[in-house]
Design a protein around this ligand. Structure first.
Ligand SMILES: [Zn+2]
Length: 222
C-alpha cells in the first residue's frame, strides 16, 4: 500500500491535531489525535506520529496502524501513546475519535485523585457528568490504557493522573470540542478551589442533563 492511501482520513486527523496545537492544548509534539478507520477496515486507526512538532505536521505524516499497532504502510512511527487510543476504540464501540492533550488546567486537576464533580450544565450534557481521574500508570503503557478506559467509563472525557486529559467523540470535531470544554471546566474548577466557594449543580438538573447526553449518544449511533 502506498502513502496515497487513506488521504482523506489522514487530512482530517492532521487538521484537528494542528487546531489542537493552535488552541494551546498541547506544547511541542506532546498530545495526540486519532480516528477509527471506516468500517471496511476493522481495527485500523489513523494517528499522529511520534515526536513531530505540530508546526511541521503534514497529512502524509499521519500513520495508519492495525490492532497490533503494526503500520499498514511505510509511513513513520505512530504516537507513543497509541495503546491508549487502541484501548479506547476496543472498549467504546460508540466512539470514532480520540484527542489526548497535555493542557495546563486539566493537568493541574489531574494532580488530585478527586476528579471534577458536575459543576456546569454543559459538563453533564456533553461529557456525561463528573470527570474521573485514572490511577497513575507510566506513559505509553498498557496499564495507562487500562486505567484511563476505566476512568472514562461511558463518558466523553477523563483526566490522566499526573499527565493530562483525554476526550472522545463520534467524530474528530466532537472530540476536539470536548477537549476544549474539558480545559475550560478544569480552569473554572481550579479557580473555584482557590475561592473555595462551590455550589454544586442540583441533582434534578444533573438527571435531566444526563438524559440529554444519553439521547444525543443514541442518535449519534443510529
Ligand atoms: Zn500524553
Amino acid at each position: 500500500m502506498n502513502n496515497e492511501s487513506f488521504i482523506n482520513e489522514k487530512s482530517q486527523v492532521a487538521n484537528i491535531a494542528k487546531e489542537m496545537a493552535k488552541l494551546d492544548l498541547v506544547s511541542g509534539s506532546s498530545g495526540n489525535v486519532s480516528m477509527r478507520m471506516p468500517n471496511n477496515k476493522p481495527g485500523y486507526m489513523a494517528i499522529t506520529p511520534m515526536g513531530l512538532h505540530y508546526s511541521e505536521l503534514q497529512d502524509q505524516n499521519i500513520v495508519v496502524v492495525d490492532e497490533e499497532l503494526d503500520c499498514i504502510e511505510d509511513s513513520g512511527v505512530p504516537s507513543s501513546e497509541s495503546l491508549l487510543h487502541l484501548g479506547i476504540y476496543q472498549t467504546r464501540p460508540d466512539i470514532n475519535a480520540v484527542v489526548h492533550t497535555h493542557s495546563t488546567f486539566s493537568s493541574v486537576a489531574a494532580l488530585s485523585s478527586d476528579g471534577i464533580p458536575p459543576i456546569l450544565d454543559e459538563m453533564v450534557i456533553y461529557i456525561g457528568g463528573s470527570i474521573e481521574v485514572s490511577n497513575y500508570a507510566f506513559p505509553g503503557s498498557e496499564d495507562l490504557a487500562k486505567n484511563v478506559c476505566k476512568a472514562l467509563g461511558d463518558k466523553n472525557a477523563a483526566l490522566i493522573s499526573n499527565h493530562g486529559a483525554v476526550a472522545v467523540g463520534t467524530n474528530l470535531r466532537e472530540a476536539l470540542n470536548v477537549s476544549i470544554l474539558m480545559e475550560r471546566i478544569a480552569k473554572i474548577y481550579c479557580y473555584s478551589r482557590v475561592s473555595n466557594q462551590i455550589n454544586p449543580l442540583p441533582a434534578s438538573a444533573i438527571e435531566k442533563e444526563r438524559a440529554i447526553f444519553e439521547m444525543k449518544r443514541k442518535s449519534n449511533n443510529q
